[in-house]
Design a protein around this ligand. Sequence first.
Ligand code: UT7
Length: 331
Amino acid sequence: MSQIKAAITAVHGYVPEFVLSNEVLETMVDTTDEWITTRTGIKERRILREKGKGSSDLGAEVVKGLLEKSGTHADEIDLLICATVTPDFAFPATANIIAEKTGLRNAWSFDINAACSGFLYSLVTASQFIENGKYKKVMVIGAEKMSMMTDYTDRTTCVLFGDAAAGVLLEPTMDNVGIMDSILRTDGSGTFHLYQKGGGAVKPASFRTIAGGEHFIYQEGQQVFKFAVTRMADVSVEIMDRNNLKSENVAWLVPHQANLRIIDATARRMGINKDQVMINIEKYGNTTSATIPLCLWEWEKKLNKDDNVILAAFGGGFTWGSVYVKWAYDS
Ligand code: UT7
Protein backbone atom coordinates (compact mmCIF):
# COMPACT_ATOMS: atom_id res chain seq x y z
CA MET A 1 0.00 0.00 0.00
CA SER A 2 1.43 3.39 -0.96
CA GLN A 3 1.90 5.94 1.78
CA ILE A 4 1.14 9.65 1.93
CA LYS A 5 4.25 11.68 1.23
CA ALA A 6 4.84 15.38 1.84
CA ALA A 7 5.63 17.08 -1.46
CA ILE A 8 7.03 20.56 -1.98
CA THR A 9 4.46 22.15 -4.32
CA ALA A 10 5.65 25.78 -4.33
CA VAL A 11 8.80 27.75 -3.47
CA HIS A 12 9.28 31.46 -2.89
CA GLY A 13 11.96 33.80 -1.63
CA TYR A 14 12.38 37.43 -0.68
CA VAL A 15 15.47 39.57 -0.14
CA PRO A 16 15.59 43.20 0.97
CA GLU A 17 16.71 45.74 -1.63
CA PHE A 18 19.77 47.21 0.05
CA VAL A 19 23.03 45.62 -1.11
CA LEU A 20 26.07 45.71 1.18
CA SER A 21 29.08 44.92 -0.99
CA ASN A 22 32.57 43.81 -0.01
CA GLU A 23 33.81 47.14 -1.34
CA VAL A 24 31.66 49.04 1.15
CA LEU A 25 32.73 46.71 3.98
CA GLU A 26 36.34 47.57 3.11
CA THR A 27 35.53 51.15 4.15
CA MET A 28 33.94 50.01 7.43
CA VAL A 29 36.38 47.43 8.87
CA ASP A 30 39.92 46.22 8.25
CA THR A 31 39.12 43.74 5.48
CA THR A 32 39.49 43.28 1.73
CA ASP A 33 37.30 41.97 -1.05
CA GLU A 34 40.11 39.53 -1.80
CA TRP A 35 40.10 38.07 1.76
CA ILE A 36 36.32 37.74 1.90
CA THR A 37 36.07 36.21 -1.58
CA THR A 38 38.86 33.66 -1.19
CA ARG A 39 37.94 32.64 2.39
CA THR A 40 34.15 32.55 2.01
CA GLY A 41 32.99 33.08 -1.59
CA ILE A 42 30.82 36.05 -0.56
CA LYS A 43 30.73 39.22 -2.69
CA GLU A 44 27.67 40.98 -1.28
CA ARG A 45 24.72 40.52 1.08
CA ARG A 46 21.28 42.11 1.52
CA ILE A 47 20.35 44.19 4.56
CA LEU A 48 16.88 45.11 5.86
CA ARG A 49 17.50 48.75 6.76
CA GLU A 50 13.99 50.10 7.33
CA LYS A 51 13.45 51.01 10.97
CA GLY A 52 10.83 48.96 12.80
CA LYS A 53 10.96 46.06 10.32
CA GLY A 54 11.86 42.55 11.43
CA SER A 55 12.12 38.97 10.26
CA SER A 56 8.33 38.75 10.14
CA ASP A 57 8.23 41.39 7.40
CA LEU A 58 10.61 39.31 5.29
CA GLY A 59 8.69 36.11 6.10
CA ALA A 60 5.31 37.67 5.30
CA GLU A 61 6.50 38.46 1.76
CA VAL A 62 7.37 34.79 1.32
CA VAL A 63 4.00 33.57 2.59
CA LYS A 64 2.18 36.02 0.29
CA GLY A 65 4.28 34.82 -2.65
CA LEU A 66 3.60 31.16 -1.86
CA LEU A 67 -0.16 31.78 -1.66
CA GLU A 68 -0.15 33.63 -4.97
CA LYS A 69 2.06 31.16 -6.83
CA SER A 70 0.10 28.14 -5.67
CA GLY A 71 -3.35 29.73 -6.07
CA THR A 72 -4.05 28.97 -2.41
CA HIS A 73 -6.37 31.04 -0.20
CA ALA A 74 -4.94 32.07 3.17
CA ASP A 75 -7.82 30.27 4.94
CA GLU A 76 -6.62 26.93 3.54
CA ILE A 77 -3.27 26.92 5.35
CA ASP A 78 -3.30 24.52 8.32
CA LEU A 79 0.11 25.23 9.83
CA LEU A 80 3.00 27.69 9.43
CA ILE A 81 6.44 26.89 10.80
CA CYS A 82 9.05 29.65 10.83
CA ALA A 83 12.71 28.78 11.34
CA THR A 84 14.57 31.75 12.78
CA VAL A 85 17.30 32.79 15.20
CA THR A 86 16.31 36.44 14.78
CA PRO A 87 12.70 36.49 15.96
CA ASP A 88 10.90 39.83 16.08
CA PHE A 89 10.57 39.36 19.85
CA ALA A 90 11.68 36.74 22.38
CA PHE A 91 7.98 35.88 22.37
CA PRO A 92 5.46 35.52 20.84
CA ALA A 93 6.72 33.44 17.93
CA THR A 94 7.53 35.22 14.69
CA ALA A 95 5.37 32.63 12.91
CA ASN A 96 2.36 33.98 14.86
CA ILE A 97 3.13 37.50 13.66
CA ILE A 98 3.56 36.37 10.05
CA ALA A 99 0.25 34.48 10.22
CA GLU A 100 -1.43 37.70 11.39
CA LYS A 101 0.24 39.80 8.67
CA THR A 102 -0.82 37.41 5.92
CA GLY A 103 -4.31 36.51 7.12
CA LEU A 104 -3.70 32.82 7.90
CA ARG A 105 -6.79 32.71 10.10
CA ASN A 106 -7.16 28.92 10.25
CA ALA A 107 -3.51 28.06 10.79
CA TRP A 108 -1.63 27.43 14.00
CA SER A 109 1.97 28.51 13.92
CA PHE A 110 5.24 28.25 15.78
CA ASP A 111 8.98 28.94 15.45
CA ILE A 112 11.85 26.49 15.37
CA ASN A 113 15.30 27.58 16.47
CA ALA A 114 17.93 25.27 15.04
CA ALA A 115 20.23 28.01 13.70
CA CYS A 116 21.47 27.28 10.18
CA SER A 117 19.78 23.86 10.18
CA GLY A 118 16.46 25.49 11.02
CA PHE A 119 14.91 25.00 7.60
CA LEU A 120 15.73 21.27 7.56
CA TYR A 121 14.46 20.73 11.11
CA SER A 122 11.26 22.61 10.21
CA LEU A 123 10.77 20.80 6.91
CA VAL A 124 11.03 17.40 8.56
CA THR A 125 8.74 18.46 11.43
CA ALA A 126 6.16 19.79 8.96
CA SER A 127 6.31 16.67 6.81
CA GLN A 128 5.16 14.52 9.77
CA PHE A 129 1.84 16.40 9.90
CA ILE A 130 1.27 15.74 6.19
CA GLU A 131 2.43 12.12 6.22
CA ASN A 132 0.12 11.19 9.11
CA GLY A 133 -2.84 12.56 7.14
CA LYS A 134 -3.66 15.30 9.63
CA TYR A 135 -3.00 18.35 7.42
CA LYS A 136 -3.23 19.24 3.73
CA LYS A 137 -1.33 22.52 3.44
CA VAL A 138 1.67 23.40 5.57
CA MET A 139 4.09 26.26 5.00
CA VAL A 140 7.71 26.11 6.10
CA ILE A 141 9.82 29.23 5.93
CA GLY A 142 13.20 30.48 7.09
CA ALA A 143 13.22 34.21 7.92
CA GLU A 144 16.28 36.01 9.22
CA LYS A 145 17.30 39.58 9.91
CA MET A 146 20.88 38.61 10.77
CA SER A 147 21.94 42.27 10.61
CA MET A 148 20.13 42.88 13.92
CA MET A 149 22.79 40.92 15.79
CA THR A 150 25.79 41.60 13.58
CA ASP A 151 28.57 43.82 14.93
CA TYR A 152 29.70 45.93 11.97
CA THR A 153 32.97 46.70 13.75
CA ASP A 154 33.89 42.98 13.98
CA ARG A 155 35.50 41.89 10.72
CA THR A 156 35.41 38.21 11.68
CA THR A 157 31.60 38.08 11.55
CA CYS A 158 30.19 41.16 9.78
CA VAL A 159 31.39 40.03 6.36
CA LEU A 160 29.53 36.73 6.64
CA PHE A 161 25.84 37.35 7.27
CA GLY A 162 22.87 38.76 5.35
CA ASP A 163 19.10 39.16 5.65
CA ALA A 164 16.55 37.13 3.67
CA ALA A 165 13.54 34.85 3.88
CA ALA A 166 12.40 31.93 1.76
CA GLY A 167 10.15 28.94 2.10
CA VAL A 168 7.98 26.22 0.66
CA LEU A 169 4.42 24.91 0.62
CA LEU A 170 4.03 21.23 1.53
CA GLU A 171 1.04 19.17 0.38
CA PRO A 172 0.18 15.47 0.46
CA THR A 173 0.77 13.21 -2.51
CA MET A 174 0.36 9.50 -3.16
CA ASP A 175 3.09 9.64 -5.84
CA ASN A 176 6.55 8.50 -4.94
CA VAL A 177 7.87 12.09 -4.63
CA GLY A 178 8.44 14.60 -1.83
CA ILE A 179 10.40 14.22 1.40
CA MET A 180 11.88 10.73 1.03
CA ASP A 181 14.32 10.51 3.94
CA SER A 182 16.12 12.64 6.50
CA ILE A 183 18.97 12.55 8.99
CA LEU A 184 19.01 15.24 11.67
CA ARG A 185 21.60 15.59 14.42
CA THR A 186 22.44 17.76 17.44
CA ASP A 187 25.64 18.08 19.48
CA GLY A 188 25.21 20.52 22.35
CA SER A 189 28.93 20.55 23.10
CA GLY A 190 29.11 23.05 20.24
CA THR A 191 27.02 25.65 22.10
CA PHE A 192 29.80 28.04 23.02
CA HIS A 193 31.53 28.03 19.62
CA LEU A 194 28.68 29.89 17.92
CA TYR A 195 26.07 31.78 19.91
CA GLN A 196 24.69 35.02 21.24
CA LYS A 197 26.11 35.42 24.72
CA GLY A 198 23.65 37.92 26.20
CA GLY A 199 19.92 38.47 26.23
CA GLY A 200 18.76 35.00 27.25
CA ALA A 201 17.81 33.66 30.68
CA VAL A 202 21.42 32.95 31.69
CA LYS A 203 22.59 36.49 30.95
CA PRO A 204 19.61 38.82 30.67
CA ALA A 205 20.16 42.14 28.92
CA SER A 206 21.92 44.68 31.12
CA PHE A 207 24.18 47.69 30.70
CA ARG A 208 27.06 45.26 31.12
CA THR A 209 25.95 42.85 28.36
CA ILE A 210 25.39 45.78 26.01
CA ALA A 211 28.76 47.38 26.80
CA GLY A 212 30.42 43.99 26.31
CA GLY A 213 28.86 43.52 22.87
CA GLU A 214 27.20 40.34 24.10
CA HIS A 215 24.10 40.76 21.95
CA PHE A 216 26.07 40.23 18.77
CA ILE A 217 26.90 36.94 17.06
CA TYR A 218 29.91 35.26 18.60
CA GLN A 219 31.65 32.67 16.42
CA GLU A 220 34.91 30.77 16.71
CA GLY A 221 35.22 30.45 12.96
CA GLN A 222 37.94 27.82 12.65
CA GLN A 223 36.39 25.57 15.28
CA VAL A 224 32.98 25.72 13.58
CA PHE A 225 34.58 25.20 10.18
CA LYS A 226 36.26 21.99 11.37
CA PHE A 227 32.96 20.45 12.48
CA ALA A 228 30.89 21.82 9.57
CA VAL A 229 33.15 20.50 6.87
CA THR A 230 33.04 16.91 8.14
CA ARG A 231 29.55 16.65 9.63
CA MET A 232 27.66 18.09 6.65
CA ALA A 233 29.46 15.75 4.27
CA ASP A 234 29.05 12.74 6.62
CA VAL A 235 25.24 12.95 6.71
CA SER A 236 24.98 13.70 3.01
CA VAL A 237 27.01 10.63 2.10
CA GLU A 238 25.05 8.57 4.67
CA ILE A 239 21.68 9.57 3.18
CA MET A 240 22.92 8.74 -0.32
CA ASP A 241 24.17 5.32 0.81
CA ARG A 242 21.02 4.29 2.62
CA ASN A 243 18.84 5.31 -0.36
CA ASN A 244 21.15 3.60 -2.86
CA LEU A 245 21.87 6.90 -4.58
CA LYS A 246 25.08 7.15 -6.57
CA SER A 247 26.40 10.59 -7.47
CA GLU A 248 25.04 10.21 -11.01
CA ASN A 249 21.53 9.73 -9.55
CA VAL A 250 21.64 13.05 -7.69
CA ALA A 251 20.38 15.98 -9.77
CA TRP A 252 21.17 18.69 -7.22
CA LEU A 253 22.97 19.26 -3.94
CA VAL A 254 21.44 22.21 -2.06
CA PRO A 255 23.89 23.06 0.72
CA HIS A 256 23.62 25.65 3.47
CA GLN A 257 25.56 28.69 2.27
CA ALA A 258 28.05 29.51 5.03
CA ASN A 259 31.34 29.12 3.21
CA LEU A 260 32.18 28.09 -0.35
CA ARG A 261 35.02 25.90 0.93
CA ILE A 262 32.58 23.88 3.06
CA ILE A 263 30.21 23.55 0.09
CA ASP A 264 33.03 22.39 -2.21
CA ALA A 265 34.26 19.84 0.33
CA THR A 266 30.75 18.41 0.77
CA ALA A 267 30.23 18.11 -2.99
CA ARG A 268 33.63 16.41 -3.37
CA ARG A 269 32.85 13.84 -0.66
CA MET A 270 29.53 13.09 -2.40
CA GLY A 271 31.22 12.84 -5.81
CA ILE A 272 28.95 15.60 -7.14
CA ASN A 273 30.07 17.99 -9.91
CA LYS A 274 30.09 21.67 -9.13
CA ASP A 275 27.46 22.34 -11.82
CA GLN A 276 25.02 20.18 -9.84
CA VAL A 277 25.44 22.29 -6.70
CA MET A 278 23.18 25.27 -5.99
CA ILE A 279 25.42 28.14 -4.90
CA ASN A 280 24.32 31.75 -4.41
CA ILE A 281 26.51 32.64 -1.42
CA GLU A 282 28.24 35.32 -3.52
CA LYS A 283 24.98 37.34 -3.67
CA TYR A 284 23.45 36.84 -0.24
CA GLY A 285 26.11 35.59 2.20
CA ASN A 286 24.98 33.43 5.08
CA THR A 287 21.26 34.01 5.70
CA THR A 288 21.08 31.19 8.29
CA SER A 289 17.76 29.30 7.96
CA ALA A 290 16.88 31.03 4.67
CA THR A 291 19.82 29.81 2.56
CA ILE A 292 18.41 26.46 1.39
CA PRO A 293 14.91 27.60 0.33
CA LEU A 294 16.51 30.70 -1.21
CA CYS A 295 18.52 28.39 -3.47
CA LEU A 296 15.44 26.31 -4.33
CA TRP A 297 13.62 29.51 -5.24
CA GLU A 298 16.41 30.71 -7.52
CA TRP A 299 16.83 27.32 -9.18
CA GLU A 300 13.11 26.45 -9.35
CA LYS A 301 12.95 26.68 -13.15
CA LYS A 302 15.78 24.16 -13.50
CA LEU A 303 14.15 21.59 -11.23
CA ASN A 304 12.22 18.75 -12.87
CA LYS A 305 9.76 16.19 -11.55
CA ASP A 306 11.50 13.15 -10.03
CA ASP A 307 14.86 14.96 -9.66
CA ASN A 308 16.73 13.59 -6.66
CA VAL A 309 17.73 16.58 -4.53
CA ILE A 310 19.88 16.45 -1.39
CA LEU A 311 19.54 19.32 1.10
CA ALA A 312 22.35 19.64 3.65
CA ALA A 313 23.06 22.04 6.51
CA PHE A 314 25.28 22.67 9.51
CA GLY A 315 24.84 25.36 12.14
CA GLY A 316 24.99 26.62 15.70
CA GLY A 317 24.12 24.18 18.43
CA PHE A 318 25.72 22.31 16.84
CA THR A 319 22.89 21.18 14.58
CA TRP A 320 23.20 19.53 11.21
CA GLY A 321 21.39 17.27 8.83
CA SER A 322 20.54 16.10 5.38
CA VAL A 323 17.17 15.64 3.67
CA TYR A 324 16.52 13.64 0.52
CA VAL A 325 13.75 15.18 -1.60
CA LYS A 326 12.32 13.82 -4.83
CA TRP A 327 11.15 16.94 -6.65
CA ALA A 328 7.39 16.85 -7.25
CA TYR A 329 6.77 19.09 -10.27
CA ASP A 330 8.10 20.60 -13.49
CA SER A 331 8.10 24.38 -13.35
O1 UT7 B 1 26.48 28.96 9.24
C1 UT7 B 1 26.73 28.42 10.49
C2 UT7 B 1 28.00 27.69 10.58
N1 UT7 B 1 29.12 28.56 10.34
C3 UT7 B 1 30.10 28.17 9.53
O2 UT7 B 1 30.02 27.12 8.95
C4 UT7 B 1 31.32 29.05 9.43
C5 UT7 B 1 32.56 28.22 9.54
N2 UT7 B 1 33.77 29.01 9.54
C6 UT7 B 1 34.22 29.70 8.46
O3 UT7 B 1 33.55 29.76 7.44
C7 UT7 B 1 35.58 30.32 8.52
O4 UT7 B 1 36.25 29.89 9.68
C8 UT7 B 1 35.56 31.88 8.50
C9 UT7 B 1 35.14 32.38 7.13
C10 UT7 B 1 34.62 32.42 9.56
C11 UT7 B 1 36.97 32.43 8.76
O5 UT7 B 1 37.88 31.89 7.81
P1 UT7 B 1 39.24 31.19 8.27
O6 UT7 B 1 39.94 30.80 7.06
O7 UT7 B 1 38.89 30.13 9.27
O8 UT7 B 1 39.99 32.40 8.94
P2 UT7 B 1 40.54 32.53 10.44
O9 UT7 B 1 39.42 32.74 11.39
O10 UT7 B 1 41.49 31.41 10.69
O11 UT7 B 1 41.38 33.86 10.34
C12 UT7 B 1 42.58 33.94 9.56
C13 UT7 B 1 43.11 35.36 9.65
C14 UT7 B 1 43.20 35.90 11.07
O12 UT7 B 1 44.33 36.74 11.16
P3 UT7 B 1 45.70 36.20 11.81
O13 UT7 B 1 45.34 35.80 13.21
O14 UT7 B 1 46.11 35.03 10.96
O15 UT7 B 1 46.60 37.37 11.68
C15 UT7 B 1 41.97 36.75 11.21
O16 UT7 B 1 42.10 37.78 12.14
O17 UT7 B 1 42.23 36.24 8.96
C16 UT7 B 1 41.88 37.31 9.81
N3 UT7 B 1 40.54 37.73 9.46
C17 UT7 B 1 40.28 38.64 8.49
N4 UT7 B 1 41.09 39.33 7.69
C18 UT7 B 1 40.51 40.16 6.79
C19 UT7 B 1 39.34 37.31 9.99
N5 UT7 B 1 38.32 37.93 9.37
C20 UT7 B 1 38.87 38.77 8.45
C21 UT7 B 1 38.34 39.65 7.51
N6 UT7 B 1 39.20 40.32 6.70
N7 UT7 B 1 37.02 39.83 7.35
